[in-house]
Design a binder for this molecule. Structure first.
Ligand code: CA
Length: 546
């Protein structure tokens, strides 16, 4: 027998022998024993097998809007809970958890979940959703605690952790922990995130293409540097020199009503939803309070109309942040229909623009960029400071348009956003996708691995007058595992827990159009069609177009 043949036999036998002599390789390590794992730069704090039943996440959970909520008791199936800390640098302190279902409940897959806002907290709610679907799952606090941006002051490595490294380190650690628990690697890995989680999703596809087979990026706050400039510009536009807000909640609702009244019918269907706000140009001056016919002078501020400063503020919100010298757009404005469509602050411009006593994320400039806690935001130099920020903090943004490595490794990316998002302007997400399209060789070549869906009338990640609930992960699973690329997703809208409308979300740039018969609240009566982007709207039905 030749040595080569003998060697081949030995190689062929290794898997068999391995299976025989080390049963742990196929059955996995008990949960408690995972605490003894030695992954470089990772400390496992605890590994505990929890029975099915109530689970109270530690700390005050922070919702996707960055607001702390009271403790939430969850009811979960049995799982192995692993708490770890990763320190890829001496300044790092990245906490993460990995939850692993028992072998008989595991779907064989891994789902990393994203964060919201600038929050440093583990996304327990998203982990629970993944676990209930049979996934092993992981989340990280991104390397700091809380939503306060002071954590980055004098900690440049913590900024990089937050910017992108924490999710990657969490992902690599989770994969190894799951492998040790189950005796094998997960068959597939997915990442699901919205808002900051959408930024993390795009960042993973751009920076760490090997991490995930499939990625869901929702309402991605990926253009984070320019978004911060956008928040600053919009705050200045909507507040007086005294710092008081010019627009109130009632006036925001008035603006949305005026926009819907003027633009609902542009798509040919009066259903209370602006189908595409890019075609809606209603001028807030239409709402200007009229001077009393008897006297001269300033018109009074009435609940049903806008004062001139309110008109000006709204116009600037739509226009976006511009370089005052060149007129160049720094960051897109917010769409008509996003002004105020619900009671919650997050369902309007209030939470990120109008309500804060100072510009949202002003700490970005004070603590991260200028290292000057007393920095006066009105001293901003829109040109030089933007250039400086993009040079100094590139790791904060996820705007790379060349996704060749992710496409080559077979990755699939599903992105969505809402046309009424009052937090991350959807026009910026559209601009990113269009940019990727140009870079990656056109629409068809991009769609091979990256598909985009826009929900008319959907707010930030959820809610809004339009259908806003849909199962993006199932669509992505079908794509990754069966090769069935999503052409559309059916979204639903609920009132008081009852579904009252369904509608297809169409593959961008297609749009949903009523077939002409049947209920306009049923998805089956709509078709996804391609329309020229600049198609003129029906002029007969709207009064508010320019
Ligand atoms: Ca409509």
């Amino acid at each position: 027998m030749s040595r080569r043949l003998a060697a081949a036999l030995v190689v062929a036998l290794i898997p068999v022998l391995a299976q025989v002599v080390t049963p742990a390789a196929s059955t996995g390590t008990s949960c408690a024993n995972l605490a003894a794992l030695t992954i470089p730069n990772v400390t496992i704090k605890s590994a505990t097998a929890l029975p099915a039943g109530p689970f109270t996440p530690p700390g005050a959970p922070i919702a996707g809007d960055g607001q702390a909520r009271g403790p939430v008791v969850m009811t979960l199936p049995a799982f192995c809970r692993v708490e770890g800390t990763a320190r890829p640098t001496s300044d790092s302190d990245i906490k993460f958890e990995v939850w692993i279902p028992p072998a008989d409940a595991w779907n064989g897959k891994f789902e990393g979940v994203g964060n919201g806002g600038y929050q440093g907290s583990i996304s327990y709610t998203a982990m629970a959703t993944a676990l209930r679907r049979g996934y092993a799952t992981a989340s990280t606090d991104t390397g700091h605690t809380g939503d306060d941006m002071k954590f980055g002051q004098g900690h440049p490595e913590k900024l990089i952790d937050y910017g992108h490294r924490a999710v990657h380190v969490m992902t690599e650690s989770a994969k190894l922990i799951i492998r040790n628990a189950a005796g094998r690697f997960a068959e597939r890995s997915y990442f699901v995130g919205c808002s900051a989680g959408g930024q993390q999703a795009l960042s993973e596809a751009q920076r760490y293409p090997e991490d995930y087979d499939g990625i869901v990026a929702g309402d991605p706050a990926s253009n984070r540097i320019r978004q911060t400039f956008g928040f600053l510009s919009s705050w200045i536009a909507t507040h007086g020199a005294d710092g008081k807000p010019i627009l109130t909640a009632a006036k925001l609702a008035l603006l949305t009503k005026a926009a819907v009244d003027a633009c609902d019918s542009i798509d040919g269907l009066k259903d209370g939803i602006i189908d595409d706000p890019r075609k809606c140009h209603v001028d807030p001056a239409k709402l200007l309070c009229k001077s009393p016919s008897t006297g001269a002078g300033q018109a009074a501020d009435e609940p049903t109309c806008l004062t001139q400063p309110q008109v000006d503020a709204a116009r600037k919100m739509y226009e976006g942040a511009k370089n005052p010298r060149t007129g160049e757009l720094i960051y897109t404005g917010w769409p008509r229909g996003s002004e105020g469509f619900g009671e919650a602050a997050g369902q309007s411009w209030r939470q990120y623009v109008v309500d804060p006593p100072e510009p949202m994320r002003v700490g970005f400039f004070k603590y991260w960029l200028f290292h000057d806690p007393n920095w006066d935001f009105r001293s901003i130099d829109w040109e030089r400071d933007l250039a400086y920020a993009e040079q100094k903090l590139p790791f904060m943004a996820a705007v790379e348009k060349d996704l060749t490595p992710f496409k080559k490794r077979g990755g699939k990316l599903l992105m969505y956003t809402g046309w009424a998002d009052p937090v991350v302007p959807p026009q910026d997400t559209v601009a990113y996708y269009d940019g990727v399209m140009r870079t990656m060789g056109g629409l068809e070549r991009t769609r091979e691995f990256y598909r985009f869906f826009i929900a008319p009338g959907m707010g930030h990640c959820a809610g809004g007058p339009g259908p806003n609930q849909f199962d993006h992960l199932t669509a992505l699973e079908q794509w990754v595992e069966k090769g069935v690329a999503p052409e559309k997703m059916v979204a639903s809208h609920s009132t008081g827990g009852t579904v009252d409308r369904t509608r297809p979300l169409c593959l961008y740039p297609q749009v949903a159009r009523y077939r002409g018969t049947g209920s306009t609240d049923e998805a089956a009566n709509f078709a996804c069609v391609a329309e020229p982007a600049a198609a003129p709207a029906r002029k007969t039905t709207t009064g508010g177009q320019r």
